[in-house]
Design a protein around this ligand. Structure first.
Ligand code: ARG
Length: 265
């Protein structure tokens, strides 16, 4: 890939990758705009409530994901090694606290990495689980109607650029950033396959290392959560002028559906 840093994955598995990064932040404008504070958690970020995002999954290689079906997790292509049988991944779900004794842990059986994935765009993958997880799933956007407005992001990734992984699920709200603005920040952006979000002017709110693969989502017209993005990459985390880049889910909705069918879902 052109920028070896940009897809830095598996933050936790790789240890303290002192790369870019900061991440998840707040749902509040004040927190988003006042910069780091001596808070116990994320800069301007907030903890998700137990059950608030029941489709969220933590993957053992240090990525996030979302339940596409009860036994298929949608994550990022750069979080997996390729396609085929794979029993090495553990998905943890049903809890905001990864150390909770009520965490649901299920192993993978197979991985499907986006066909044609080469490190640029197409950053999605599906992980088939050994058994279903009895939690609500997250539907995906099948058209561009919801590629606007404010999005929610959530994950157990770093809470500051270069920081450690989190025990408790954090959430933040990030505004849509249009392609032209995002392309100005990142010349390598694949506009048809990637969608950007973040506070371009001030920074301060973003996903970060270890959040990759997790969903970016919003409410649809019927008030249901709908996934519009997959955490993919960015230059550092929450830097002014450097929004987060997400896989544009609507572009790949048909491929994701076909991939899931292939996995028996
Ligand atoms: N590639 C990172 C990961 O593997 C995600 C980075 C997201 N960066 C950002 N600034 N939004 O966890």
């Amino acid at each position: 890939m052109r920028n070896p840093l940009k897809h830095l994955k598996r933050a936790s598995a790789l240890g303290a990758v002192a790369l870019a990064a900061f991440s998840l932040t707040p749902g509040t404008a004040s927190a988003a705009t006042t910069g780091p504070e001596p808070s116990p958690s994320v800069v301007g970020g907030t903890r998700a409530a137990q059950g608030e995002f029941p489709f969220m999954v933590r993957l053992s290689m240090g990525c996030g994901g979302a339940l596409y079906t009860q036994d298929i997790v949608l994550t990022a292509a750069h979080c997996v090694d390729g396609s085929g049988r794979d029993n090495s991944i553990t998905a943890t779900a049903g809890v905001v606290d990864l150390q909770s004794s009520s965490a649901i842990k299920v192993k993978s059986t197979e991985v499907l990495q986006a066909p044609g994935y080469n490190g640029t765009g197409k950053d999605w993958a599906l992980i088939k689980l050994a058994k279903p997880i009895n939690q609500p799933t997250l539907k995906i956007a099948e058209n561009t109607n919801y590629n606007k407005g404010n999005f929610t992001v959530a994950g157990w990734g770093a809470a500051v650029e270069g920081g450690g992984q989190q025990r408790y699920l954090l959430k933040a709200t990030v505004p849509f950033v249009d392609d032209a603005t995002c392309k100005a920040a990142y010349s390598e952006l694949v506009t048809g396959e990637e969608i950007c979000a973040g506070n371009v002017e001030k920074g301060g709110v973003d996903t970060c290392q270890g959040d990759s693969g997790g969903p970016m989502f919003r409410k649809d017209d019927s008030g249901q959560w709908i996934q519009v993005g997959i955490v993919s990459w960015g230059d550092g985390c929450a830097r002014p002028g450097k929004p987060g880049v997400y896989t544009e889910v609507s572009t790949f909705a048909k491929d994701i559906k076909a991939g899931a069918a292939q996995l028996g879902g």
